[in-house]
Design a protein around this ligand. Structure first.
Ligand code: NDP
Length: 329
């Protein structure tokens, strides 16, 4: 098999072509399904893994938190040779060997059968970022936030999670406002995705404002955290809901309880890594139905396995737009 491998903590990632049993030994005893990987995708976390920023917790490690491929052997009747599957998170590319490889050995618990309407390359284009965007949008819908309630904000708008969140929300009829640090450069792209308005992210990210600010948002999908999320909560309308799913600015939350206790705002969260099976299936079924695949194709670029190493710097610097598929062959 061929894989991107980080051999020890602090070592540089490199491409290795070597024995499958050796490289996949770390998959553990629960890993009973073998997969021919066709595609993976590039997420912020993969950039961190390659750059040695504390994501990999097993060595030798293989980055890649997404796998799209075909089952080649299975210890369970539920999965058969030839099944096309998608796996997002569940520890791969962190604690377990990931998808930047031609072969994978995985636990069956988080595997999802590829919906018929979604081709393998499109499933990779959706990837963890799109899956997380869908989980976040479902959180808003489950909280009763409807298009007629008012504007919905998406932060980190030009990134992977943000781009797909805009696509999904706009298609569902919400009026979407995008918050981006690349308003001039990516304004046209964000409107093409479906954003009705764009605000400069510095309005939200630079300083914590008053604990309660003018009510602007019926809901929000936030992939940024920190000061940005505090200001979003302070601007959320009475009864609104904010789905937090990322920490591109930071993991801190330097705010007050006032939005919750005076405006009944709900802060909820979306976690792709440990999402239970039913939630995964629900999100993938929804993605199959709701993604505008023409737009998905246009917002995605494809890179090779070897490209994944220099690409880390690009994603960590916030220079990537939309989604990146990794063609592992
Ligand atoms: P990307 O790098 O594709 O996008 C992140 C975007 O955030 C950037 O494009 C930029 O958008 C914005 N941003 C970057 N740095 C800052 C900053 N300092 N302050 C404010 N905004 C900033 O990453 P992803 O979309 O893949 O992931 C986004 C976040 O979500 C990450 O923190 C990631 O770890 C997390 N995540 C969490 C998941 C979960 O399960 N909860 C799953 C997937 C991702 P712009 O240029 O438009 O301002």
């Amino acid at each position: 098999m061929r894989a991107v491998v980080v051999e020890s903590k602090g070592a540089e990632a490199r491409i290795l072509e070597t024995n499958e049993d050796e490289l996949l030994a770390g998959a553990g005893e629960d890993a009973t399904v073998d997969i021919d990987v066709r595609y993976s995708s590039y997420n912020y976390k993969d950039g961190m893994a390659i750059a040695g920023r504390g994501i990999l917790r097993q060595y030798p490690g293989i980055p890649g938190i997404d796998i799209v491929g075909t089952v080649t052997s299975s210890g369970l009747p539920e999965w058969s040779v030839g099944d096309e599957v998608v796996l997002n998170g569940d520890g791969i590319g962190e604690l377990l060997p990931g998808g930047f490889a031609t072969r994978a050995r995985v636990r069956p618990d988080a595997l999802v059968r590829l919906p018929e309407a979604v081709s393998p390359v499109r499933a990779a284009a959706i990837g963890t970022a799109g899956f997380t965007a869908m989980l976040s949008v479902l959180k808003l819908e489950d909280a009763g936030i409807r298009p007629e309630d008012g504007n919905v904000l998406v932060t980190g708008a030009a990134g992977g999670v943000g781009s797909i969140a805009i696509l999904l929300l706009a298609r569902a009829g919400y009026r979407v406002v995008a918050s981006s640090g690349r308003k001039d450069e990516q304004g046209e792209y964000l409107r093409w995705l479906g954003a009705s308005d764009i605000i400069d992210r510095h309005e939200l990210s630079d300083a914590v404002g008053k604990p309660l600010q003018s009510e602007r948002w019926a809901g929000a999908v936030d992939s940024v955290g920190s000061t940005t999320l505090v200001n979003v909560l302070a601007q959320t309308k009475y009864g609104g809901t904010v789905a937090a799913c990322g920490l591109a600015q930071g993991a801190d939350l330097p705010g007050t309880v006032l939005p919750y206790i005076l405006r009944g705002v709900t802060l909820t969260g979306a976690n792709s890594v440990n999402a239970p099976r039913a939630a995964r299936q629900r999100a993938w079924d929804a993605l199959a139905e709701r993604v505008d695949f023409g737009k998905l194709d246009e917002l995605s670029t494809t890179i090779s396995l070897a490209d994944t190493i220099p690409y880390a710097e690009e994603i960590l610097a916030g220079r990537i737009r939309g989604r990146t598929v990794v063609d592992v062959l």
